[in-house]
Design a protein around this ligand. Sequence first.
Ligand SMILES: Cc1cc2nc3c(=O)[nH]c(=O)nc-3n(C[C@H](O)[C@H](O)[C@H](O)COP(=O)(O)OP(=O)(O)OC[C@H]3O[C@@H](n4cnc5c(N)ncnc54)[C@H](O)[C@@H]3O)c2cc1C
Length: 321
Amino acid sequence: MGSAMTAAEPAVGLAARLSATMPALRGRLLANEPLAPFTWLRVGGPAEVLFTPADTEDLAYFLKNLPAEIPVTVIGLASNMIIRDGGIPGVVIRFSPKGFGQVIVEEGHRIRAGAFAADRKVAVAAAEAGIGGLEFYFGIPGSIGGALRMNAGTRSNTNPEIEGETRERFVEAKAVTRAGEIVLLKPEDMKFAYRNCGVAPDTIFVEALFQGFARPPAEAHAINAAVQEHREKDQETKVRTAGSTFKNPPGHSSWRLIRDAGGLDLRVGQAEMSRKHANFLIAHDGATAADIETLGEEIRKRVKAKSGIELEWEVKRVGIG
Ligand SMILES: Cc1cc2nc3c(=O)[nH]c(=O)nc-3n(C[C@H](O)[C@H](O)[C@H](O)COP(=O)(O)OP(=O)(O)OC[C@H]3O[C@@H](n4cnc5c(N)ncnc54)[C@H](O)[C@@H]3O)c2cc1C
């Protein structure tokens, strides 16, 4: 990320310059645009430039013409993201529901979804169409683009029906590379792993196709409801969080490691760990990204001291402090 956003050129200058060099651009470029309202944690500074592409071709045109030295960050529904207080230098890309939010039911129990479609919308559309296997998306508050990047999914010790992971249902995805090339990615290209995928970090997903199976709508809706019930029982759903803060280390649960290291008593500024689910971090009113990140780092230190295990952030931290 490097240089501070105001160093060489005011944000308005960069937006105006990009606009001037891309006469065929149809999407919207905004300078110095606040991002906190778009995030689940409601913290963080502005985007130097926020770009909302009109459609895939517009995104490809933009990236093709964007000078290579300008950093690009894509955000989905920012439910797995801490945007730092100094904001994000370069260009932030955020889709619109109109351009990238569609969900289409296809033959053979398949669902095609735009990268900005909410996971929950996909689960509901699948249930209505008599397609099973996508119910786990009902409880994940992100977008399909974020689900592909994170290999989003859910495990349950008590009810296998509510379990699932993006890679299990994935058929193919359309994406745009940093060079502006539109590509089709197959399962072997995705290199899915636990809460991760191996596609180049600057490649942007625009659409995905998922394979489900026949399941009566009433059954699928009932499983969606069970997903919701499970969430409300075991997780924080009424406060500002980013879901699981840390990945589970092999053979361990992060929440247990955090609890055993005394992490539940920690608070930094207006950020604290949840007592309901010790791997969730809560941002109270007035919290800053610095409060949240400092709390997370303190937790990592305590867990390392107590158990020798290094927790790895699941939440993506972007921007400058
Ligand atoms: C209450 C709560 C519960 C949660 N429960 C779960 C859960 O059970 N399982 C789970 O897996 N996650 C869970 N999460 C975390 C989060 O919802 C998922 O990681 C989700 O997939 C993130 O999607 P997003 O659109 O919000 O992505 P963002 O948070 O916006 O971004 C996450 C990452 O994806 C990248 N990204 C986003 N869109 C694109 C795109 N179009 N192309 C390329 N990269 C992109 C971003 O650059 C970033 O690196 C939970 C979060 C909350 C707040």
